[in-house]
Design a binder for this molecule. Structure first.
Ligand SMILES: C=C(O[C@@H]1C=C(C(=O)O)C=C[C@H]1O)C(=O)O
Length: 293
């Protein structure tokens, strides 16, 4: 509870550049102490959301599937790509086929991409490498394992380092997924805990409107975000322009199809316990949810 006697809404913000468009113009202070923002890597937010320490925010799409009974999806928001992502890389020494019985170090920050990698290996490359989960540090990971899976800004920085040093092959998992399925891959979704939707419908609607408005402004003119990325992270303007254009932030039919394929494969490969449906929160109708296929 806060001064106004209302339970605040705690929002999770992935601490990677890939979500900037949805948060860059989000007016954090508009609601005083009724809205709090928590920044963490995806695995941290997945856990916080599952434990009810966060009410709304960006999480791994895989984590939604694990908790679909407790969450609703916010429409028209995701982090997705059709093909290259440029921030989800497998670094490896030899051909991918050599990893069938190898050891892969996976970033402890990820859920969606680790499971995407498992699906691709099992289903399309007929392998089941052993895994070790590690902090995202390319050099340390490659000391321990035959390959390393990195995501987000850690993957971007490691890719720059590797382009300079030319040590490893790099495979973009978004590109591989498209090669094998022809579909979109959705890496992050915006989810909402059902009890927060019921307890605070107007505030949720306000927050949702502000996220959509931030996305609209950012996509309309990506220039300010590119400048900020160059100054705070490094790299060239051309890189960040291509990055923000390669990623998409909507969640329409084709993206939903791609995500459902991913969930179905995860279930068929024994990674998820159940088949998953996409249940969306609907603005203005807090108590009704839309069961979509
Ligand atoms: C596009 C990306 O997707 C991220 C990958 C995630 C995961 O693997 O669990 C979670 C959220 C996304 O922000 C990225 O890592 O850059």
């Amino acid at each position: 509870m806060n001064k106004t006697g209302q339970t605040p809404i705690r929002i999770g913000r992935i601490d990677f550049t890939n979500v900037w468009p949805v948060f860059h113009y989000f007016p954090e202070g508009r609601w005083g102490d009724q809205v709090q923002i928590e920044r963490q890597v995806p695995s941290g937010l997945n856990r916080a959301m599952a434990e009810g320490r966060i009410d709304l925010g960006a999480i791994s799409s895989y984590s939604y599937a694990e908790h679909a009974d407790e969450y609703l999806l916010l429409p028209n928001l995701s982090v997705c790509a059709l093909g290259r992502v440029n921030s989800i890389f497998l670094f490896h020494r030899g051909p991918l086929e050599e990893l069938r019985e190898g050891l892969v170090a996976t970033a402890s920050t990820s859920a969606s991409s680790v499971n995407l990698f498992r699906i691709i290996m099992r289903r399309f490359l007929n392998g089941s490498p052993r895994e070790v989960s590690m902090q995202p540090d390319l050099n340390k990971m490659m000391e321990e394992a035959d390959a390393a899976l990195l995501i987000g800004d850690d993957a971007i920085k490691a890719s720059w380092m590797n382009e300079r040093d030319g040590l490893y092959r790099m495979t973009d998992l978004g590109e591989l997924w498209k090669q094998f399925t022809g579909q979109w891959m959705v890496f992050a979704v915006w989810a909402l805990r059902k009890e927060a939707a019921a307890a605070n419908p107007e505030l949720v609607e306000d927050i949702y409107g502000a996220l959509i408005e931030s996305k609209r402004k950012s996509v309309n003119d990506i220039g300010p975000l590119v400048d900020k990325a160059v100054h705070s992270i490094g790299g060239t303007e051309a890189f960040w322009h291509a990055y923000f254009h390669g990623l998409q932030y909507g969640f329409g039919e084709p993206q939903q199809e791609g995500l459902l394929t991913y969930y179905r494969y995860a279930w068929e490969e024994g990674l998820l316990e159940r088949q998953t449906t996409l249940n969306f929160w609907r603005p203005g109708e807090p108590s009704r949810t839309e069961g979509e296929r």
